[in-house]
Design a protein around this ligand. Structure first.
Ligand code: ASP
Ligand code: MG
Length: 474
């Protein structure tokens, strides 16, 4: 048994590039050698997207399967050739060949029988299956006692294709059975990120960027009263920022952030974190660090934890979403009619439309909600076809020239005047607010503005609340 903590580390695709980056991983592990370690690997950069394309084009017979399979195989074998020099290279090559031939079978199935949602999940999981072989065998060749573990054997899910949720109790039991013995033998499990399995035994994905989620799920399962657990997500940035740097060049690193604030940011488009990955760690108060793999600066990182340091400023960060569309359903028929909102959201749910934000006017004659570009046509079609909303006396309007900004901060709670400051800052910047919503948690205020005003709005609020880096170190 080691004396340190237990740490679950996730390496993103940008950490798995070349010999230098693999050496860097090995160096990082040396620095944490007093701890029990569990590693989670994402796919190599770009591979998940290629696999999804491949599944879709195989269904349409519009791809040269052999050629694409070869190119995926080459990408992995050529990296392997660079990073492993001893006889483990042959072992790893065999393992890669085996995965590629399983992938081929799955793709031929799609070619012959069409793309069922479960098949898309299966094909997408190969990115992690392949990358984890390379990482595990590389570390073994470097002398680490590592073991490859497929998350298929660890994570039980609810089963919705592409976006399944973990069933934490069952998963916890399994993770303890499989992982604890390895740790007590001093081994390092190297786990495939991104997927688990449902009750029928299908591979199910945890959503895009799901390896973060894998890491936090494992941390949840491995935490008990007697041991401290930490998660480190190695990425290609320092951490969470006060705003999108493309819109606000003076955006700063957030050094400390609470679980609830991080959840809001992850949800509202801070693409850096899987939107649900904070939930499991919050439940057991496990701290998460987001660290920069490129620069390895020991003191520049984001820590997500329970404690929030109070800053002068009540606002912590501004998240933005550019590709959103505002749909307004309006009509006298909706006034004082219980069940209208339920009908509307039920209809959207049944059509797989994800609702990003909702706002209703007090006159009750309209409901406004936001959907992504991906969902907008589905939403409009469902409304027009609906016997209730499609009627002439309900007017349906879509505005596709809007953007959303969400102002997040636990300090907004019980602080008077925050909304007032936001509105006057936007007024002075000549930004017109087209819809507003505030969550009852008072952790965020979300505003819809014209897309062309989005940048000006973000900058005005960043300036008004003087968002800057915490002076104190962790
Ligand atoms: N490879 C998966 C994706 O691209 C999961 C991850 O990167 O975390 O979504
Ligand atoms: Mg990724």
């Amino acid at each position: 048994m080691k004396f340190g903590n237990r740490i679950v580390m996730k390496f993103g695709g940008s950490c798995l590039r070349d010999l230098e980056s693999f050496h860097r991983i090995s160096d990082i592990l040396k620095g944490y050698s007093q701890n029990e370690l569990v590693l989670v690997s994402s796919a190599l950069y770009g591979v998940t997207n290629s696999l999804i394309d491949l599944a879709n084009t195989a269904e349409k017979h519009s791809v040269d399967l052999d050629k694409e399979l070869n190119s995926i195989a080459d990408k992995h074998t050529s990296l392997l050739e660079k990073v492993i020099k001893n006889d483990l290279k042959e072992t790893a090559l065999d393992e890669i060949r085996r995965e590629i031939s399983e992938l081929e079978i799955a793709l031929k199935d799609i070619w012959d029988y069409g793309l069922k949602p479960q098949k898309l999940d299966l094909v997408s999981s190969f990115g992690e299956r392949l990358s984890t072989i390379i990482l595990q065998r590389y570390l073994e060749a470097e002398g680490y006692r590592t073991v490859y573990v497929s998350s298929y054997d660890l994570i039980f899910t609810t089963g919705e294709p592409q976006n399944a949720l973990p069933i934490l109790e069952r998963t916890e039991q399994r993770v303890k059975e499989r992982i604890l013995p390895l740790l007590s033998e001093g081994k390092i499990p190297v786990v495939t990120g991104f997927y688990g399995r449902d009750a029928q035994g299908n591979v199910t994905l945890l959503g895009r960027g799901g390896s973060d989620f894998t890491a936090t799920i494992l941390a949840y399962c491995l935490k008990n009263e007697n041991i401290e657990v930490r998660v480190i997500l190695w990425k290609d940035v320092d951490g969470l920022l006060t705003a999108n740097p493309k819109l606000e060049p003076s955006a700063h690193l957030i050094r400390d952030i609470s679980y609830s604030e991080a959840k809001e940011l992850a949800f509202f488009g801070a693409k850096l974190l899987h939107p649900l990955c904070v939930f499991p760690v919050e439940r057991k108060e496990i701290p998460v660090e987001i660290r920069n793999f490129e620069t390895l600066k020991p003191d520049r990182y984001t820590r997500i934890s329970k404690g929030v340091k109070t800053k002068e400023s009540v606002v912590k960060a501004i998240a933005d979403m550019k590709n959103v569309n505002m749909i307004t359903v309006e009509g006298e028929a909706m006034v004082s009619r219980p069940g209208t909102a339920a009908k509307l959201f039920d209809l959207m749910g049944k059509n797989n439309v994800n609702i990003i934000m909702i706002s209703q006017s007090s006159s009750e004659n309209n409901i406004t909600f936001l959907v992504s570009d991906e969902d907008k046509n589905k939403a409009i079609k469902a409304l027009n076809w609906s016997p209730f909303f499609g009627k002439e006396w309900v007017n349906i309007e879509m505005e596709d020239d809007v953007g959303l900004l969400s102002i997040v901060g636990a300090g907004m709670k019980n602080t008077c005047g925050v909304a007032g400051r936001i509105f006057s800052a936007l007024g002075s910047a000549r930004v017109n607010i087209r819809a507003i919503a505030q969550g009852s948690s008072e952790l965020n205020i979300s505003l819809v503005v014209s897309r062309e005003d989005l940048q000006r709005a973000v900058q005005a609020i960043h300036k008004e609340f003087n968002l800057r880096e915490d002076e104190e170190e962790h």
